[in-house]
Design a protein around this ligand. Structure first.
Ligand code: TEU
Length: 592
């Protein structure tokens, strides 16, 4: 373990700049606001800040629609503010990574304005343009039947040049054409090297598996009969040249700086597809976010993303087991996360936030679960204080996300009230909006996110007077206090928690989540030559559950196991069968 790269052990923390901390009273978070909270993050145990897009943008998809890679969106601050942020991180031994959003640009990026200006423009081929098709009645049709991520076609008609351009996300997000070498060179230079030259430490790389599309541009099979557009991720994910492109980006843009990279890998649910991206030998990415677990509850392709499908604990456990073990015996590496800016809050989805007691217990259980898993851990802002989804009573007017509104408007247009109700229900659990409401700093107006007189860009959660960081900072028994202590233990026993092997136990049990972590080698401290082991036992229900035979599961023999830590201060140290775990109680036992 002595020579492992630094980023394997690091604690990453994602900041969504619009909602983290506003310093100038305009209701939007900003970089100086983030700088003012670096000490808070340092105290929590964060090593690396991942800052979501703060580049110049029309903000139709919250900055994932970039119109100038080399400028800062004025409400977030200036280039000098980024320099200050880099310095604020580095002076505390922390690092900063930015978001690299290069599958598409904004339609207001000068590259696209040139591209759409004429078929003869040298940048025409930097985006993906196709002529129309015509049906039997002579009606113009898009080149393929593909449905985009935000509802609607993936193709937008351009009047001036009489062709369609491809946009997997919004029509305002035209896809770049990675097949064009000049386009790739410009991406590496303007979007990546510009910031690395300024001193940042790496990138979270957006939509990393979508740069190489299939080039035949054929219709997707009809999986939603009757629908105008068909889901088609296999047409644009993990395409024929994807590994060539990523390796090139690594060699030309990242490796010269020793930059860390974490790629966003959606629609890639098979370990054998994922391994090539993260194998050290292939020199592509250090690690990726894989989405099977975080997507639990979302509807399938047929029913649509926001058609909520309840799932049993055993399914969640199976996903965790798959992605905890797929790198074992390989030279790859993986991530641990349960929240980001594209999903509902973990405590509302995987825990139980129906009462204050259950909220606190399940937020801590989630913390214990995450800190004991193998891989690099990523926290999302507010997760550490157990921030919850927006209240169910809030209406659709509080939802701002382009994806939420795309699905909602589609249902309204269909004039089908049942469909509208289904979407509204799904949005209440899964919408990207939940993670985007302002951070709850304290009990002052607007939760201390912005000035008392300002109007925050999204409504602040009603319960901020009781759920906020200031209150929890003062209480070591709080969710925040628990995260801080648990992150320390994660590092102290890194051989077990960060680097250990993972074995799921009682996989069919729908109440308990139990797994065994083992250090790779005998670390020799008091284990009598055995490998060090940790048994994680969590009650993932809101009822009391019988505690299993810990000694038996740990293989240490009854009575020889020790409680290392737990979510409850008074967790039993005397163990064995017959005892009970309280709702959402979690404990970690060791054999040394
Ligand atoms: O998301 C890409 C993506 O494919 C999905 O995982 C995303 O969550 C979306 O909800 C699909 O339904 C990235 C960003 O994380 C997201 O915020 C952006 O909207 C998207 O790219 C487009 O840039």
């Amino acid at each position: 373990l002595g020579t492992t790269p630094w980023w394997k052990d690091a604690v990453f923390y994602q900041v969504y700049p619009a909602s983290f901390k506003d310093s100038n009273g305009d209701g939007w978070g900003d970089i100086p606001g983030l700088v003012s909270k670096i000490d808070y993050l340092h105290h929590l145990g964060v090593d690396v800040v991942w800052l979501s897009p703060m580049f110049e943008s029309p903000q139709q998809d919250m900055g994932y629609d970039i119109s100038d890679y080399q400028a800062v969106y004025p409400r977030y601050g200036t280039l000098e503010d980024v320099d200050t942020l880099i310095e604020a991180c580095h002076s505390r031994g922390m690092k900063l990574i930015l978001d690299l959003v290069v599958n598409h640009t904004s339609d207001q990026h000068p590259w696209f304005e040139e591209s759409r200006s004429s078929k003869l423009n040298p940048k025409r081929d930097w985006y993906i343009w196709k002529p129309p098709r015509y049906d039997d009645a002579g009606q113009r049709k898009p080149p393929t039947n593909w449905r985009g991520y935000f509802a609607g076609s993936t193709w937008t008609w351009d009047e001036r040049t009489q062709e369609y351009y491809l946009n997997l996300y919004g029509p305002f997000q035209p896809d770049l054409n990675w097949e064009n070498p000049d386009c790739r060179a410009a991406i590496y230079k303007e979007a990546a090297r510009f910031w690395l030259d300024r001193g940042i430490d790496g990138f979270r790389i957006d939509t990393v598996n979508k740069y190489s599309k299939r080039t035949d541009f054929i219709d997707a099979p009809v999986t939603c009969p009757g629908a105008q557009h068909q889901p088609a991720p296999e047409m644009w994910c993990n395409g024929p040249r994807i590994h060539e492109f990523i390796h090139e980006m690594q060699t030309q843009a990242l490796a010269p700086y020793g930059a860390v990279s974490v790629g966003e890998l959606s629609n890639t649910p098979h370990p054998k597809q994922v391994l090539p991206y993260v194998s050290a030998a292939s020199q592509e990415l250090d690690m990726v976010f894989e989405f099977s677990m975080i997507r639990l509850g979302t509807g399938n392709l047929f029913h649509g993303k926001y058609n909520y499908q309840p799932f049993p604990l055993s399914v969640l456990k199976q996903h965790v087991a798959t992605w905890q073990t797929f790198i074992e015996g390989t030279d790859g590496w993986h991530t641990v996360f349960c929240e980001n800016h594209d999903n509902g809050r973990a405590v509302s989805r995987f825990g139980d936030d129906s009462t204050p007691e259950l909220w606190e217990a399940s937020a801590k259980a989630i913390a214990l679960w995450q800190v004991t898993l193998t891989g690099t851990i990523f926290l999302y802002q507010g997760q550490e204080i157990g921030m919850r989804n927006m209240p169910a009573s809030w209406g659709i007017e509080e939802y701002k996300d382009v994806e939420s509104l795309g699905f909602y408007k589609e249902a309204i247009k269909a004039g089908d009230q049942k469909k509208v109700d289904t979407i509204l229900h799904g949005l209440r659990i899964l919408a990207r909006d939940h993670s985007r409401i302002p951070f709850q700093w304290d009990a002052s107006p607007h939760a201390g996110f912005t000035d008392a007189g300002a109007e925050p860009w999204m409504r602040v959660h009603d319960e901020y007077p009781s759920l906020n960081a200031a209150k929890q900072l003062a209480d070591p028994e709080s969710v925040l206090g628990f995260y801080r202590a648990a992150l320390r233990l994660r590092k102290e026993y890194r051989d077990l928690f960060i680097h250990g092997t993972f074995k799921l136990l009682a996989s069919e049990d729908e109440a308990l989540f139990i797994y065994l972590k083992e250090s790779e080698k005998d670390t020799g401290r008091g284990t009598g030559g055995e490998r060090r082991k940790a048994l994680v036992v969590m009650n993932f229900t809101s009822q009391r559950q019988r505690c299993p035979d810990i000694g038996g599961l740990l293989g240490s023999g009854r009575g020889r196991e020790k409680l290392m830590f737990g979510t409850k201060r008074d967790s039993q140290t005397a163990v064995g069968g017959g005892e009970e775990l309280t709702p959402w109680e979690g404990r970690v036992y060791v054999n040394f």
